[in-house]
Design a protein around this ligand. Structure first.
Ligand code: BGC
Length: 724
């Protein structure tokens, strides 16, 4: 399948600034909201501020206010869940399109794919009559162990922001609200219900806030979901600083702040600090929830002013108006499981895969000359869409790698399948015990795999993780390749030098034990419903890998900042982010630590050469925009894409700055021999650091270095500029 570009019209929409239009409604709508509120009883108002079931909020029929339907999740519309318990409802018409999850999306480095995904999710959500789709997850990947890394996107706030904004604009253009989650600092699942996170104001502003800020101010997100954890001593769902000061005052958020499911802790405090909607509380009688009868009582006792309740109701109604819930005729009707949706899922999978290593150009495999392949590994046959807890999807179908290889090449190539290893872990919701039995080496399976490898021209091992590890509600216990895979890979590589390893995982795993043993490694993530087709097309060279790592892949866990400093998962349910702003490559590059593979890294089957990098000026004012250009040529023999990455550094500064920080990027597709000019823009203001002494962003005058590369560790050219 050919990679398709979006229509120019979509591009225009994608980059248009619609924050104003989205964040605020017009005066006429505000009047309608006011008129509706003025007709409501207190009981009716409060009925809009808490769930009446797992994923719905009550209607008010006499005023024409419809029921509000919420649904997970970030990479596909989740199957219908029973109203009053967590079991699936057993519908036969709720299968959906399943996209590759967050880290895979970020690995495409292509916001157009995030936009396209948003459109598809919006259409499918509307088809399922949903009003709010709970996602995207925009938390920063701080530790390689966080169970939800696969749902999040990257260690870099700029990359997350670009993806999130495109996704949100597209999804909301289909009259469905997003819910940006998890606000804030949900960077580990270990003790997520109780941990208290502290960090400096600078780390907050530079690392953990930007994606939320961009989602609200640029993306115009209609709803935000408060995280389970505490932040600086207060629960996120009742945190004055987060919810009143940052979200409402600084970001100008006019939408709905909801709890995560069962993350409310109080009535009065939560009401006064800006929470609007309570969801998922674990009490059978919905009237007993914090934002139900207790809120009515608090208003009657004048502990919560009625105006505060009215503000919340207005926020709910505003989202309803914005998503055209009062104008069903004009509202998007939606569609589901169309070939176009499946094509979008395929494109997202195929552009995500990162070619980590390809010694001797073993890849692509020339299947017309190959007589036999050994396909090894549990992940060759495992389906992943239906895992990970709240983001799991009942995919209409999911093509596994083995199925795709059989279907595409089985007629001419003998395929010798051997499992090689077996899934041993049992994941139980709410604890980590599932991962304790995951290291056993099964020599019988290894011997079979070695035999298959010996009798084949090429061996392909599909290893990595599964959703016992990449999952909500538990962190990984280590960064190992589980189930004895390292030994398996080593033994297979000894038996057949033409061994390719395909890593299927959504978070970092240790590769140190295999990188020197096998020639080729392709990281293909969880690939959604089209996973197998995408990976088969990449292996055969029908499509050229163009993904780049959205996180640093450490040699070992202890290299990575939170672990090196011993502040994961915290002590006595408190964790202080001592690495501060040095998260991900900011740490590795500043401390000169050589990772296994750096942030932004990924190979191609073709080669590129980069022409001279220059900026429009050498000296800039603080309000200027830097226009940087270079040319890029595809000097190889296959169609392919490169991601040009622009990093900035501030060598002389009054505070420590990271060695470099990503400020712009662009993915460029080129035919063999083709040259294109790349134009990148950076606002001088975006070179600033957050100055704690001034409580403001500060772009100090002086010299900055712009660095152009294709990973944080492969810089081709630098330009020095000065800021006056
Ligand atoms: C998760 C949320 C999810 C919600 C509803 C929670 O456990 O943290 O991300 O949207 O459940 O399923």
């Amino acid at each position: 399948m050919k990679l398709r570009l979006l229509l120019p019209g979509l591009l225009l929409l994608m980059f248009a600034t619609n924050a104003q239009q989205i964040a605020r409604t017009n005066d006429a709508t505000e009047e309608k909201i006011h008129a509706l509120i003025s007709q409501m009883t207190l009981q009716e108002k409060v009925s809009l501020l808490h769930g009446n079931s797992k994923f719905y909020v009550s209607d008010i029929k006499r005023l024409g206010i419809p029921e509000w339907a919420l649904s997970d999740g970030p990479h596909g519309v989740r199957a219908e869940i029973n109203r009053h318990d967590w079991a699936y409802a057993g519908w036969t018409n709720d299968s959906a399109t399943c996209f590759p999850p967050g880290t895979a999306l970020a690995a495409t480095w292509n916001p157009e794919l995030a936009y396209k995904r948003g459109l598809v999710l919006g259409e499918e959500a509307r088809f399922r009559k949903k009003d709010v789709l709970l996602g995207p997850g925009v938390n920063i990947i701080r530790s390689p162990l966080c169970g939800r890394n696969f749902e999040y996107m990257s260690e870099d706030p700029f990359l997350v922001s670009r993806m999130a904004v495109a996704y949100i604009k597209a999804l909301q253009s289909k009259d469905v609200a997003v819910s940006v989650k998890h606000w804030l600092a949900n960077n580990q699942e270990e003790h997520r219900d109780s941990v208290d996170v502290s960090m400096s104001e600078r780390a907050l502003r530079e690392i953990y806030l930007p994606a939320f800020k961009a989602s609200v101010m640029e993306g115009g997100a209609y709803t935000v979901m408060a995280a389970y954890n505490r932040f600086r001593g207060e629960w996120c769902s009742e945190n004055e600083y987060l919810n009143r000061q940052l979200l409402r005052k600084e970001f100008g958020f006019k939408g709905v702040l909801m709890t995560d499911w069962s993350a409310a802790h109080s009535t009065i405090k939560a009401a006064l600090t800006g929470l609007d909607l309570e969801m998922g509380t674990d009490k059978k009688d919905y009237n007993e929830w914090y934002f139900a009868d207790p809120l009515i009582k608090a208003v009657e006792e004048q502990k919560v002013p009625l105006s505060v309740v009215d503000e919340k109701v207005a926020n709910v109604l505003r989202v309803m108006f914005n998503t055209k819930m009062f104008d069903e005729k004009k509202r998007e009707k939606g569609s589901i499981n169309t070939p176009e949706h499946q094509q979008a899922a395929y494109n997202s999978a195929v552009e995500a895969a990162v070619l980590l290593q390809n010694n001797g150009n073993l890849l692509p495999l020339h299947f017309d000359h190959i007589r036999s392949i050994a396909v090894i590994g549990d992940n060759a046959t495992r389906k992943h869409c239906n895992g990970g807890l709240s983001s799991e999807i009942k995919a209409l179908y999911e093509i596994t790698p083995l199925q795709a290889l059989q279907q595409k090449f089985g007629a001419t190539v003998k395929i010798n399948y051997a499992p090689g290893y077996q899934k041993q872990s049992i994941f139980k919701e709410g604890n980590n015990s599932g991962q304790s039995t995951s290291g056993k080496v099964d020599w019988k399976l290894i011997d079979e795999a070695v035999a298959a490898a010996k009798e084949s021209d090429v061996a392909i091992i599909f290893g990595g993780l599964n959703h016992d590890f990449d999952t909500e509600s538990a962190d990984k216990q280590n960064m190992d390749l589980p189930y004895g895979q390292q030994v398996l890979i080593q033994e297979v590589a000894k038996a057949n030098p033409h061994t390719v390893v395909v890593i299927i995982a959504g978070s970092p795993v240790e590769l140190a034990g295999i990188v020197n043993r096998v020639p080729s490694i392709l990281w293909s993530w969880y690939g959604g419903m089209e996973a197998g087709n995408a990976v088969a097309d990449l292996l055969s060279g029908k499509v050229n890998p163009s993904g780049k790592l959205p996180f640093t892949l450490p040699v070992s866990l202890m290299q990575s900042p939170a672990h090196a400093l011993g502040n994961y998962p915290g002590r006595d349910l408190k964790v202080n982010y001592e690495e501060d702003i040095l998260v991900g490559y900011r740490w590795f590059d500043t401390k000169k630590i050589q990772p296994q593979f750096p942030f932004g890294y990924g190979l191609s089957y073709t080669d590129f050469s980069i022409g001279r990098f220059s900026t429009d000026k050498l000296s800039y004012g603080k309000n200027d925009i830097i226009h940087a250009t270079c040319t890029i040529k595809n000097t190889g023999s296959s169609y392919g894409a490169e991601v040009i990455q622009l990093y900035a550094s501030d060598p002389v500064c009054s505070v420590l700055r990271p060695e470099k920080e990503l400020k712009a990027f662009q993915k460029i597709f080129l035919k063999p021999g083709e040259t294109k000019t790349v134009e990148l823009q950076v606002k001088v203001a975006d070179l600033a650091f957050y100055d704690e002494s001034k409580k403001a962003w500060n772009t100090e005058a002086g010299e900055y270095v712009l660095q152009l590369g294709n990973s944080s560790r492969n810089i081709f050219q630098k330009v020095k500029i000065s800021v006056k």
